[in-house]
Write a protein that binds this ligand. Structure first.
Ligand code: SF4
Ligand code: SF4
Ligand code: FES
Length: 315
């Protein structure tokens, strides 16, 4: 009979170690089925979380061969076809591990709470009448409402892996956007003000959050929406917004970037000077030419026409 192996990254509260479990393959099962089979037949000490088994509770996200998946909805056969009969299973990344595949959601929940991810009803609503909403307005936020807080986006987020101190979890930005886009909510301005100082401009655009979300959410796009709105609301006194505006100015004026001036306009002269050693390395490798004189690119009128069309579509 065909045997498959889960090579599981375990943690007993003190030390991490890898343990292999081999068991008979069954067609048409899920990754979670394999974990349950191990616990029921091979090792009752293996710890993992799962509840609904229907992609609703978000409890069962794990990493399989280096990528986050929802164990209860991921077909085992598809994964075996893709990776072979030996799978490496680890807890999701960018979370503190409590035991084996069980991670600690408390710090994440605290960060969610700091971002005030709950409805602030407009004054026209009463406790008696509730907060009614037209179906068309509700449809605008149904994507973000589908977030099941599985943590897959946070697990694969490049920015969180690099430094989680100055950046929130991707799902938190999506939730903030959801409340801003909710026609019943009155706190858009406060929400934007709070989020600008919580890493809004630090996303690295790796798009891992969107590619790994089992519900098809795109936290990276919600971050872009939050950024655009922050500029519209006048929160432009920060390096991220200044960079975006200088970038747009260059493209509009000449169709190309003046990278030497771009860093000065984004970070100010002093800030740009701290990047001098990096710029020097770029010059040495021929990636940056400080003498580069940026005239208009050929076909600049077409770029200007595209920008004009975008602006008109946004009105
Ligand atoms: S696009 Fe941004 S938020 Fe999404 S995973 Fe990458 S760094 Fe994180
Ligand atoms: S945005 Fe998607 S991946 Fe992230 S927690 Fe919500 S459902 Fe999971
Ligand atoms: S067990 Fe609930 S989402 Fe997988």
């Amino acid at each position: 009979m065909r045997q498959i192996t889960y090579r599981i990254q375990r943690f007993d509260g003190v030390k991490s170690f890898e343990q292999e479990y081999s068991f008979p393959h069954q067609a048409g099962k899920t990754i979670l089925w394999g974990l349950i089979a191990i616990k029921e037949t091979l090792d009752p000490t293996l710890a993992f979380t799962a509840a609904c088994r229907s992609a609703v509770c978000g409890a069962c996200a794990v990493r399989i061969n280096g990528q986050a998946f929802l164990a209860c909805e991921t077909p085992l056969d598809g994964i075996l076809d893709r990776f072979g009969d030996v799978l490496t299973i680890e807890p999701i990344q960018n979370f503190k591990v409590i035991r084996d595949l069980v991670v600690d959601w408390e710090p994440k929940a605290r960060r969610l709470a700091e971002a005030k991810t709950w409805l602030a009803p407009k004054d026209e609503f009463t406790a008696r009448e509730g907060c009614r909403q037209a179906a068309a307005d509700f449809k605008k936020i149904t994507g973000q409402i589908n977030c099941i807080l599985c943590g897959a986006c946070a697990s694969e987020c490049s920015k969180l892996s690099a430094n989680a101190d100055d950046f929130l979890d991707p799902f938190t930005y999506s939730k903030v956007w959801k409340f801003i886009a909710d026609t019943r909510d009155k706190s858009a301005k406060e929400r934007i003000k709070a989020i600008v100082d919580k890493g809004l401009w630090k996303c690295m655009h790796c798009v891992e959050c969107a590619t790994k979300c089992p519900k098809g959410l795109m936290p990276n796009m919600d971050i872009s929406r939050l950024r655009q709105l922050s500029i519209k609301m006048g929160y432009t006194d920060n390096p991220g917004a200044r960079h975006a505006l200088a970038f747009l100015q260059d493209v509009e004026a000449t169709g190309r970037l003046n990278e030497t001036k771009l860093s000065v306009r984004s970070m100010g002269l002093l800030g740009a000077m701290t990047k001098f050693p990096f710029a020097l390395r770029l010059v040495r490798r021929g990636k940056l030419n400080p003498l580069h004189c940026s005239g208009k690119v050929k076909g600049h009128e077409q770029i200007a026409a595209i920008l004009k069309a975008v602006r008109e579509s946004e009105r």
